[in-house]
Design a protein around this ligand. Sequence first.
Ligand code: DLL
Length: 443
Amino acid sequence: MSAANTVNFQYWNKKMETLPRAELEAWQLDKLREAVGFALRTPFYRERLAAAGITDAGGIKTLADLKRIPFTAKNDLRDGFPYGFLSIPRDEVIRLHASSGTTGTPTTIYFSREDIARWTSFVARCIYGTGCTQRDVFQNMITYGLFTGGLGFHAGGEEVGMLVIPSGAGNTSRQFRLMQDFSVTVVHATPSFLLHLEAKMREEGVRREDLSLKRAFAGAEPYSEDTRRRIEGLLNIDVYNSYGLSEMNGPGVAFECQCKNGLHIWEDGYIAEIVNPDTLENVPDGETGELVLTCLCREATPILRYRTRDLSAFYTEPCPCGRTHRRLHRIKGRSDDMLIINGVNVFPSQIEEVIMGIKEVGNNYLIVVEKEGALDRLTVKTEVGPDIFMDDSRPLNALKERIRKTLQASVTINPRVELHESGSLPVSEGKAVRVRDMRKKDV
Ligand code: DLL
């Protein structure tokens, strides 16, 4: 990556970001003991850890003892709703966040004042590491409220000293107005909202030369490298991948540096493992598996060895930026996202990778799976780009056929392809809903 030769890397906390591995691991051991100490105050972990022979924090002698700690799953957190995982007195808690809870009971995370300060400094580290400074004007176009993306980035942006505009998600006309009025240089949104914004820009006659945008942070949902390139090309900006989850505070868990090649996971705040989701054994470095995270930076709600369901792999070589914290590959999807279509395993991310690589395809798409007799039928609906005329059927049919063939070659399933006019497929303000699996009764 040429960035190493051309970029002046900036670090929010150079000492911690470039800490030699041995010191980083000594720090982790110390923090893991603290986390286990807090966990032992909750009935759930007291029971689970005792069953594993851990009755006090001193039971953790080396980092290898992590493997003795049982995994925690989303359902465990749900079962503990609302206060089962709270490990400090209630009146020392200053905030809660909760996951969307689209399927059943939400999971709630509590924060002490120190927890918020630590989380904020991790988000500031992410933001500053992309080259932002206090001269930047930052429009936070993501949902505020119980969702962690809004307040998490808001606080991180202020910590860096940027001028933060809490615009929230949605309402593209107002977003454009704010961007122009205040010469916004940095935005934060889901990648699907950035694509939607770009399509709306053309509709509303806003040109990218009218904007002062230089960078975007995009995350909270999976997206492909082609989608990143597409957004970068259309808006003429740098897009940085941002990963996090409510159970681990929210955003600020892993982030790309100026090299834009893998996400540094902040190992002074989190212990990351990648396991085989079936055997739960650690996979060799470089191999894909399920990311398991232990939170080292929160006292109010300790969570140990959390099964994220997110699929990723570690990079094996160090990053040219000099940070010692390992990098994760772009999240491929969630193990529970995988579609089985007539016996073939397909990740929605594979489909996105193909269609976003075809330049005539527009910025929005939808994957529909349904039953047709005994068989499953995959339909990929995509919008067309602005240069394609919907009333000229010959080039449309040729495009459709090209998409179908490329998809078939990639996922080995013959899909039905539908082309739709730009702006006609549904858009959601938060995380995009890209898959409709009609085979499931509750859809
Ligand atoms: O999405 C936190 C967040 C806010 C991250 C803003 C980044 C930016 P949850 O709502 O709990 O938290 O959803 C977490 O979203 O387990 C992944 O499946 C997915 N996800 C988040 N970031 C990425 C990403 C926030 N960059 C779940 N790439 C996670 C792929 C992502 N998937």
